[in-house]
Design a binder for this molecule. Structure first.
Ligand SMILES: Nc1ncnc2c1ncn2[C@@H]1O[C@H](COP(=O)(O)OP(=O)(O)OP(=O)(O)O)[C@@H](O)[C@H]1O
Ligand SMILES: O=C(O)c1ccc[n+]([C@@H]2O[C@H](COP(=O)([O-])O)[C@@H](O)[C@H]2O)c1
Length: 204
């Protein structure tokens, strides 16, 4: 059976932590593909600064360099609150010949008991947990923990940096940073990103 990893997230914005975790899960579990799945309305957090279409666009840009990664837009198309149980139920009905793995960060492992219809969801997919600095990541549920280089990086940290006009170079893909500046998201000024400035320098 083809093994499909689903990395659900808000991706507000996507960053290198997301790409690292998807890649580590892909190799450690021997997945055939990983689909990045931006949610419509996040069940457990407030989302500001970018709309659903912009988060989808940025996710597409972030994974554009990888042949193993793709974007799943079903939650954004469906709208409403994106409960993973509902999404995975439909996905399994549509693609019964797949084995689905849902990838989460270490910060989410502890809180799984509060997820919508979690006991049934646990029967439908296998959960993969990726360690995140500062979190214990223990659970009564059977989460497959994958060892990974840990990176202290979050979308909130990047939003804050952008708002303060601080550097985000090497923390997110260059094309995502360029998109944020073009769309003036998160309070960014419409100036050239560091990478654009570097490449536009005249040769000596
Ligand atoms: N640096 C990281 N290390 C491990 N897991 C991460 C990391 N960043 C995000 N994740 C995980 O990726 C998934 C999607 O995360 P999300 O898009 O909400 O990003 P975030 O950085 O946690 O966002 P925010 O700071 O806005 O809360 C979640 O399961 C989250 O736990
Ligand atoms: O279904 C739930 O109850 C549930 C509760 C919290 C989070 N999730 C999903 O977990 C993924 C990561 O969540 P977040 O808030 O970090 O973007 C994303 O796909 C969410 O829709 C799902």
């Amino acid at each position: 059976m083809r093994k499909v990893g689903i990395l659900g997230g808000t991706f507000n914005p996507p960053h290198l932590g997301h790409l690292i975790m998807a890649n580590e899960a892909f190799h450690a579990i021997g997945l055939d593909e990983v689909r990045f799945m931006p949610n419509s309305i996040a069940p457990h957090k407030e989302v500001t600064g970018a709309n659903a279409q912009q988060r989808l666009d940025m996710t597409r840009l972030a994974i554009s360099g990888s042949r193993h990664f793709s974007v799943e837009d079903v939650e954004i198309k469906n709208g409403g609150v994106s409960y993973t149980f509902d999404t995975m139920k439909k996905m399994i009905q549509k693609e019964p010949d797949r084995e689905f793995y849902f990838i989460i960060g270490g910060d989410m492992v502890d809180g799984l008991s509060s997820w919508h219809r979690i006991d049934e969801l646990m029967e439908m997919v296998r959960f993969i947990g990726i360690k995140r600095p500062g979190y214990e990541s223990s659970s009564a549920y059977p989460v497959l923990m994958v060892d990974s280089p840990e990176i202290h990086l979050s979308s909130s940290m990047l939003r804050e940096r952008i708002a303060k006009n601080q550097t985000v170079s090497y923390l997110m893909p260059e094309n995502v940073e360029a998109y944020i500046r073009r769309e003036q998201l998160y309070g960014s000024k419409h100036n050239a990103s560091e990478s654009e400035r570097t490449t536009s320098r005249k040769p000596l």
